[in-house]
Design a protein around this ligand. Structure first.
Ligand code: ZN
Length: 79
């Protein structure tokens, strides 16, 4: 049995942006809060998380890391 995650941490697909934000797993799309691009969640690079607290923490950490390097090692740019 697998618990379903309630939130996704997603990455904006716009090359000049690439910022992280989070959404509920029930959402189909999410507006990037940084560049206002509509992210299709199904197609986005995403990480499942179980709580909004965890989601916020990851978004904060990931966006901080973005300032330190151009491409995080775990990011698959094929998307
Ligand atoms: Zn964006």
């Amino acid at each position: 049995m697998r618990l379903s995650a309630e939130y996704y941490v997603i990455r904006c697909g716009k090359r000049e942006c690439g910022k992280f934000s989070y959404s509920k797993t029930s959402q189909k799309t999410k507006m990037c809060p940084y560049c206002e691009r509509r992210i299709v969640i199904e197609k986005a690079n995403k990480t499942e998380v179980n709580s909004v607290i965890h989601a916020r923490k990851l978004v904060q950490e990931f966006n901080k890391k973005l300032g330190e390097m151009t491409e995080p090692w775990w990011y698959n740019s094929k998307n």
